[in-house]
Structures are given as C-alpha cells and as structure tokens.
Write a protein that binds this ligand. Structure first.
Ligand code: MRU
Length: 369
C-alpha cells in the first residue's frame, strides 16, 4: 500500500501550463492523476471532490487561477484583470464553505492588482505562477508546523495514544502532511512505534472521507487503524480508548466557532460529555476574521443522491422522500479545547488569541459578505 505522503494532491505540471490533481474520488482502490487546464474541468474537479480538503482546495484555486490566466490572449492589462476577475468568481462558486478557496483566489488577485503597474501581461503571468507555487510550498511547511504543535500534545499523553478523527484532514487534504493527521506523521518521524498509535476514523457519511481516505492514509503509514460508522463515536469514546480528538476545519469565525465536515459538531458534543480534549487543526488562512461567529458561515448543501444512492448497489431510501444533505456543520467554540495553527495553539477567548498571533481580516474580492 503506497504511503499517502508519496502522493501529490495538487501540483503544476512540468510544462507549467496544466495542473495535475490526484482524483480522490477513486481512492483507496485506484490511484489516478488528472491533468486539468480548462475552467469547467477545474470547477468540476473541486465541486465533485476529486480534489478536496480545505487547504488542498486552496492550492487548487491558486493553480487554477494561474493556469487559466496564462491562457488569456491579450496584451491589455485592463482586459486581463477583467478576465481574471470573472474567472476567479467562477472558480469560487464551486464550493462555498472552505474559506481557503476564496483565500487563495483573493491572494492571487491581490498580487495582480498590487503589482501590475509598470509590468506587461506576460510578466504578470510569470509572477502569478510564482505565487501559486508559493501557496503550495507554504502549505507544506504550515502543515508540518501544525503537526509539530499537535505532536507536543501527544507526547504529553505518554508513549501510547488513542486518537479519534472525523472526515479526512490528512496529507490528502493538503499539499502534504495534513492538519488533523499531521501530528501522527510527525510522531512517526520522531520514531514512535506505529502500533502504539491507535487512530479511530469516523466513516463520514455520505462521502466516506474517513473510511476511504483517513483509514487508507493511517493504515498505509503502519498505524493501528480502525474505521467506525459515525454513530459509533459515542461507544468508542465511552470505552476509554480515546485520549484526544483531532479534526480539521473549513472556516473558523473570529469567536472560534468553526465549520467542518457534517457530523463534527456531534463528535464535539460527545467529547465534552466524556471529558475528552477536542482540538481543531487549521492553517491560519482558514481563520476568517471577517466573520464574528459561525452563524455567518455559508453551509454548502449537496445533492440528495449522495445520501440515497451513492455507494449502494441499489437505491436505499424510498423514491420521493425528502433528504437533508448539508456538507458541513458549525461547532460552537465552547466545545473546543484549542485550535492548533502553524503559529501556535489558540485557546479561549479565541478572538484575542488569534489577534495575538497576528491573524487579521484579509481583503476580499470574492467571498464578500
Ligand atoms: O468535503 P471535504 O471532503 O472537502 O471536507 C473536508 C473537511 O471537512 C476537512 O476536515 C477540512 O477541509 C480540513 S482538511 C485539512
């Protein structure tokens, strides 16, 4: 089984004209890469979760911006900016909840607007390529730093740990290492016995990111790995096997409320009941200081078929029944022990903690209120 750290989730192709993504919808059974250079294909890959996980979507947004911008056939800077503006709005419409997509698109656009004076369109295209590569490179280092802070928490628990996670916030969800699973990778690098790291992966209905992706990543790394249906989380927590919970997230509001994969808030509520520390792992780019609380976070609603038909041999709910399919939920900050970022661990009151870390609201060209 290929170690997932060896799989690149999103990269720029050698020709520097296309982007290459690992198609995560096929994992763990098939490892297939897709070469993308058309706006509709990039949009579709993000919408269908071929590339997924907040930081990886951010990297895909940055490369998407560059790959499409380089194709705009104009020497006129105003026209180039207009085309880029339309293109970024289109890409941003593919998935609304993870702030990392709009964050990366806004970052690329800011580079264009602030550096275009005195430059040709061709020079700006080169500059945008550099910036997209920087977004990816930085994400690798950020994930490692998150992993290092999380590893300190593991060390404090002894030399054997039980970890629960929800969805997939591993290397597949980032450029490398992941957020919620990064502490495990760092522990392994530090010589921990993989059999003394017990990771319980919630299956994560309806798209099975836990069963297909987290369980695959952890097992391929040699870790003692379990998959459980989402409704088994309380049973496992009560059994005393879980010492800590790490989850990723898609957007954190200034007060510490955060959106993550549907089901996360339930895990947090159960963890509080059993007194299990519950940590959110997030690059600082996932913290949206323009939103005061989680009430402002837009929750993506997805197609009913994901619940009634997908993965089954035949439909498993009566025709015509109503279906609820929010892709994310918001967990209240009162349930969060700490938010692990690349700058350190934030504790309540979160807004003050974020401000001390220097996390500020960013200029938004897309994803405006
Ligand atoms: O719908 P997905 O698979 O993109 O949702 C992913 C999650 O909810 C992750 O926990 C989150 O994006 C953080 S990934 C480091």
């Amino acid at each position: 089984m290929e170690n997932a750290l060896n799989l690149d989730t999103v990269v720029l192709a050698e020709n520097e004209e296309d982007m290459i993504i690992l198609d995560q919808t096929l994992l763990p059974n098939e490892t297939k890469y897709l070469t993308l250079n058309k706006a509709e294909d990039i949009w579709e890959a993000i919408y269908k979760l071929r590339v997924r996980g907040a930081p990886a979507i951010g990297v895909a947004g940055a490369y998407g911006y560059y790959v499409l911008a380089r194709q705009f056939d104009t020497e006129d800077m105003d026209e180039f900016v207009k085309k880029c503006t339309e293109m970024m709005e289109y890409l941003n419409s593919s998935r609304p909840t993870a702030v990392n997509l709009s964050w990366a698109l806004n970052r690329m656009h800011e580079v264009l607007l602030s550096e275009k004076e005195g430059k040709t369109v061709a020079q700006m295209k080169e500059r945008l390529k550099e910036e997209a590569n920087a977004v990816r490179e930085e994400d690798i280092q950020i994930s490692r730093n998150i992993g290092a802070y999380g590893y300190e928490l593991l060390k404090a628990m002894g030399d054997e740990v039980g970890i629960m996670t929800h969805c997939n916030a591993g290397t597949l969800a980032t450029a490398k290492y992941g957020t919620a699973l990064a502490p495990v990778y760092i522990a392994l690098e530090n010589g921990w016995d993989p059999k003394k790291i017990h990771v319980y992966c919630d299956e994560t209905r309806p798209l099975l990111q836990g069963a297909r992706l987290s369980a695959y990543e952890m097992q391929a790394a040699g870790v003692d790995t379990y998959v459980q249906c989402d409704n088994m989380a309380s049973y496992t927590m009560k059994s005393g096997k879980i010492g800590i919970i790490f989850v990723g997230c898609d957007r954190v509001a200034a007060n510490g409320d955060f959106a993550n994969k549907i089901g996360t808030s339930g895990v947090a509520i159960i963890a509080k009941h059993y007194g299990i520390p519950f940590y959110v792992c997030a690059p600082s780019s996932t913290i949206d200081m323009t939103m005061e609380s989680g009430d402002e976070i837009h929750i993506e609603q997805r197609k009913p078929e994901e619940v009634t038909e997908m993965w089954y041999k035949e439909r498993m709910a009566p025709e015509g029944v109503g279906v609820v399919n929010p892709a994310f939920d918001v967990t209240d900050h009162s349930l969060v022990t700490g938010i692990i970022t690349e700058k350190g661990i934030a504790y309540a009151p979160f807004k003050e903690s974020f401000e001390k870390m220097g996390i500020k609201p960013v200029t938004k060209y897309v994803d405006k209120k």
